[in-house]
Design a protein. Structure first.
Length: 271
C-alpha cells in the first residue's frame, strides 16, 4: 500500500466516524468501557441488630423512677391514717406493676392496726390479687399457722414491699420496691410497731439495703432505719413460707426464727 493510499483510507475512516458522531479519538484518562458495562448489584442494606432486653430484675432507666418516688412521698405524707394510706396507694400510678397486666387491684395489708409486729413480704401472688389481701394463699395459710402456734395471731400487721402482683409471680425489682417504699415507710410511722419481720430475700434486701442471700440473713437481728433517720426498729429476716412449702426440712429454721422474735417481742423493756 502506497502512502497516498494509506492517507486516503485514513481520511475515509475519519469521515465515517465524524458522521457517526465521534468527535474525539482520545480521552485524558484511560476508560475501560467493557468493565463499565458490567452489572454491579446494589449493596444490601445494613442489618440493624436490636439491643438486648434488660436483664430481669434490673431497674428501668429513665426519669420516671425519681418522679414516681417523689409523688409517692407526697401522697404518703398526706395520709393521716392507714385507710387514707390505702386509698393513696390505690390512686397511685407511679408503679409500673399496676399496668403490666398481672394486677387486678392493689394489695395493701391485713391484720391488726395496732399490732406490735409488722410482717413485710415480697409482693402479692395470684390469690392475693384476687382477694385484695396479702398472704392469703397456701403460703399465707402456713404463715398463719405458725403465727397461731407462736401466739401472734392478733398481734401482726401483714403487708409487702410492693402492692401490685408482678407478672408471673416473679420477684419485684429494685425500682418497683423504690417507688412503693414511701408508702411502706409511712405505714410504719402510722402503725408504730415494736419490730419488723422481713419475710423472704427480696423483702430483707430491700428493707435492710444488704446483698446477702436469705439463708445468710435469716435468724439475725438488724436495725432498720427510716429514710430520715427518725425511726429505728429491730428487724429479723426469715424464710418465706412458699420456700418452706417446697423445702419442708427448712421449717424448723423458720420456727426457730419466730420463737426468737416472739421472746424479744414479749420483753417488758424495749425489744
Amino acid at each position: 500500500m502506497t502512502p497516498a493510499t494509506r492517507d486516503l483510507n485514513a481520511e475515509s475512516l475519519l469521515a465515517f466516524w465524524a458522521e457517526a458522531g465521534v468527535d474525539a479519538m482520545l480521552l485524558d484518562e484511560p476508560f475501560d468501557r467493557i468493565e463499565a458495562g458490567k452489572f454491579v448489584p446494589p449493596k444490601p442494606p445494613e442489618r440493624i441488630v436490636a439491643a438486648p432486653p434488660p436483664a430481669q430484675g434490673a431497674v428501668k432507666a429513665g426519669p420516671d423512677v425519681a418522679a414516681a418516688v417523689a409523688e409517692a412521698r407526697r401522697l404518703a405524707a398526706a395520709a393521716p391514717d392507714l385507710e387514707a394510706l390505702k386509698a393513696a396507694i390505690e390512686a397511685f400510678d407511679g408503679c409500673p406493676l399496676k399496668f403490666e397486666g398481672a394486677a387486678r387491684q392493689s394489695v395493701f395489708y391485713r391484720g391488726a392496726t395496732d399490732a406490735p409486729l409488722m410482717v413485710i413480704g415480697e409482693g402479692p401472688g395470684q390469690e392475693e390479687d384476687i382477694q385484695g389481701a396479702p398472704f392469703v394463699g397456701r403460703a399465707g395459710q402456713l404463715l398463719d399457722k405458725m403465727f397461731a402456734a407462736a401466739g401472734l395471731t392478733d398481734r401482726v400487721f401483714i403487708t409487702n414491699s410492693v402492692f401490685w402482683r408482678p407478672p408471673g409471680n416473679r420477684n419485684p425489682t429494685v425500682g418497683e420496691q423504690m417507688v412503693c417504699a414511701p408508702f411502706l415507710e409511712r405505714a410504719i410511722e402510722l402503725l408504730k410497731p415494736k419490730m419488723l419481720l422481713l419475710v423472704g430475700g427480696p423483702s430483707a434486701k430491700s428493707m435492710l439495703k444488704r446483698e446477702e442471700g436469705i439463708l445468710s440473713l435469716r435468724g439475725r437481728w438488724f436495725e432498720w432505719k427510716s429514710s430520715d433517720g427518725a425511726i429505728e426498729l429491730p428487724a429479723m429476716p426469715t424464710l418465706h413460707p412458699a420456700f418452706l412449702l417446697r423445702q419442708p426440712g427448712a421449717k424448723k429454721k423458720a420456727w426457730s426464727d419466730l420463737l426468737t422474735l416472739t421472746e424479744r417481742l414479749d420483753r417488758p423493756e424495749r425489744p
